[in-house]
Design a protein around this ligand. Structure first.
Ligand SMILES: [Zn+2]
Length: 328
């Protein structure tokens, strides 16, 4: 049996699911439970669901919450780790300036630490995954949006109020499409899966014929990044063109990141990155053309190693590291 110093309780709060896990110092998962996030039922229902999920996870290791070294929670939105506040979340309607750390801390009566979910995933890849042995690393996940985290000198960069590394919201084209954040032309409006699907829908509605529509069963609403990917795999011309264009914009953002952070490694994950060469070749060509040459040459591009548990593993690493800093 592991002793108290060896286990933390880590909670990955997502818009659709809650993952609770008991994790050891090496990132080993001793127990886990996942449950649906009752996001539509409001904050109290979500907190209750976290409580129930945690109980089930803890029971699997025949332990009590008091035996955990600390508690960590990963939040799906911009948050202030120092103050423990989740500012807002695109996936949790109605959540504004929620003191989630203190809520969880009093629920379990245990020191609790809050980290943004994308920063947590970046930290996990750095501590346990693709980025081990690097000092400066960037992790991006390209899916419906673009999220990410930046590791500078082996620490997650959080900024003055904790909202650093909102990579998906760097402006790429100031007159570009409207973003969920209220701005226009953010990176994720041009290079995410949602962007790819939107562009395909626009072109097909404009009269371009494409296999994409057949794969979406003739329904414009069913056009997704996945249907575009499938069409491209069958050599559909429009799909190939749009993926290359999305790759181009992905590369513009990568060039910015390389010039600003001079990372040793960029880990590119998320469902859309699985499109592979059709997307990544134009992305890297563009990044190479636009970034400072010597900095580009130093970057290794790689895929994540940890899969979908990376969030909760990063939350655990963060809790271990923060509690050891603050327990004096
Ligand atoms: Zn934005």
């Amino acid at each position: 049996m592991k002793s108290e110093n060896d286990m933390v309780l880590a909670i990955d709060l997502g818009g659709t699911k809650i993952l609770s896990a008991v994790i050891d110092r090496d990132g080993g998962m001793l127990a886990r439970d996942h449950t649906v996030t009752p996001a539509a039922l409001g904050q109290e229902a979500v907190i209750e669901a976290i409580g129930a999920s945690v109980e089930r996870a803890i029971a699997q290791v025949s332990a009590d919450i008091s035996e955990m070294h600390a508690v960590g929670i990963g939040a799906p939105g911009p948050s202030n780790p120092e103050k423990g506040i989740l500012f807002t979340s695109p996936n949790l309607p109605g959540w504004r300036n929620v003191p989630i750390r203190d809520i969880i801390q009093s629920l379990f009566d245990k020191r609790t630490f809050l980290i943004n979910d994308a920063n947590a995933a970046a930290l996990a890849e750095h501590r346990f995954g693709a980025g081990r042995n690097t000092k400066n690393m960037i992790y991006i996940t390209v899916s419906t949006g673009i999220g990410g985290g930046v590791i500078v000198d082996e620490r997650p960069m959080t900024g003055a109020i904790g909202t650093a590394a909102e990579l998906g919201h760097m402006t790429i084209n100031d007159t570009g499409p409207r973003c969920n954040c209220g701005n226009t032309g953010c990176w994720e409006t041009l290079a995410s899966g949602t962007a790819l699907a939107r562009k395909a829908r626009g072109r097909i509605e404009g009269g371009t014929s494409s296999l994409i529509l057949n794969l979406a069963q003739g329904d414009h609403q069913k056009i997704s990044a996945r249907t575009v990917q499938e069409a491209a795999e069958q050599e559909d011309e429009l799909a190939g063109e749009l993926i290359a264009q999305t790759g181009y914009y992905l590369g513009v953002g990568l060039a910015n990141l390389i010039n600003i952070f001079n990372p040793e490694m960029i880990v590119i994950g998320g469902g859309v990155s699985n499109i592979g060469k059709r997307l990544l070749d134009p992305a890297l060509e563009t990044a190479q053309r636009r970034a400072y040459g010597a900095a580009y040459d130093r970057v290794r591009f790689t895929s994540p190693k940890l899969g979908r548990n990376s969030g909760v593993m990063g939350v655990a690493a963060y809790a271990f590291e923060e509690v050891s800093k603050s327990s004096f």
